[in-house]
Ligand binder design. Structure first.
Ligand code: FES
Length: 115
C-alpha cells in the first residue's frame, strides 16, 4: 500500500510506458527494465529476444520521456543511434512516463515475435 522507498514524484505503480502514441501502455517500476515490465504484465508490444542486450530484437526509439540505459551492443545501437533516442528495451530504464516507437509493433497492440 505504501510507496515505500519510492521518491514522492514516482507513482506507486511506476511509470506509464506506451508503445505508439495511442497505446494504453503498461507500467514500469523504477529500476525495472522496460522489456521485463512488459513481459511481467503479459504484454507483447515489443518483440523479445535474448533479454540480455545482445540480439537487437527489442530495439525501440524513445519518442518522449526521461530514461537511462544499461550496457547495449553497439552493433545494434551505435552512439549516434543512442543520441537519437534508440535503445534496447531490455536495457532501458524509465525515469518518467515514456512513449516508445517500435517498428515491429502492430496497430492492434500485438507484435510479431521471433526468437
Ligand atoms: S532482447 Fe535481445 S537485445 Fe533486447
Amino acid at each position: 500500500m505504501s510507496a515505500g522507498s519510492f521518491p514522492p514524484s514516482v507513482p506507486e505503480d511506476g511509470f506509464r510506458i506506451s508503445v505508439g502514441e495511442d497505446a494504453d501502455g503498461f507500467r514500469c517500476r523504477p529500476g525495472e527494465r522496460v522489456l521485463l515490465a512488459m513481459e511481467r504484465q503479459g504484454r507483447t508490444d515489443i518483440p523479445v529476444g535474448c533479454r540480455g542486450g545482445g540480439c537487437g530484437i527489442c530495439r525501440v526509439q524513445v519518442a518522449r520521456g526521461a530514461y537511462r540505459t544499461g550496457p547495449m551492443s553497439r552493433r545494434h545501437v551505435t552512439e549516434e543511434d543512442a543520441s537519437l533516442g534508440y535503445a534496447l528495451a531490455c536495457r532501458l530504464y524509465a525515469e518518467g512516463d515514456l512513449v516508445l516507437l517500435c517498428r515491429r509493433a502492430s496497430s492492434t497492440g500485438s507484435a510479431r515475435v521471433s526468437t
